[in-house]
Design a protein around this ligand. Structure first.
Ligand SMILES: [Zn+2]
Length: 89
């Protein structure tokens, strides 16, 4: 019991971020907006936490997906303008 308690204390000192805090920083991390201590803390957490590693991989896909789709969201406006022009003859 004592050893387990001590072990988790050690982990906490080495790994001050909780999973929740780590996840909250994913998008800043993906945008390379993190630097210095927060970046080091997050990377240390990711090395130690498989769960967050998986979540980061998912967030990276999601981030890429959203960014890839952004230009497409302008398409309907262009189409709309084209259709109006055609209708006006
Ligand atoms: Zn975690």
């Amino acid at each position: 019991m004592r050893q387990a308690a001590r072990l988790s204390e050690d982990l906490e000192t080495m790994n001050p971020l909780t999973c929740e805090q780590a996840v909250q920083q994913f998008f800043a991390y993906l945008d390379r907006a993190l630097s210095g201590e927060p970046l080091e803390a997050l990377e240390a957490h990711l090395e130690a936490c498989l769960d967050c590693c998986d979540k980061l991989r998912f967030s990276r896909h999601l981030d890429a997906f959203v960014k890839a789709r952004l230009p497409e969201s302008r398409l309907p406006t262009d189409l709309d303008a084209k259709i109006r022009r055609v209708l006006r003859g």
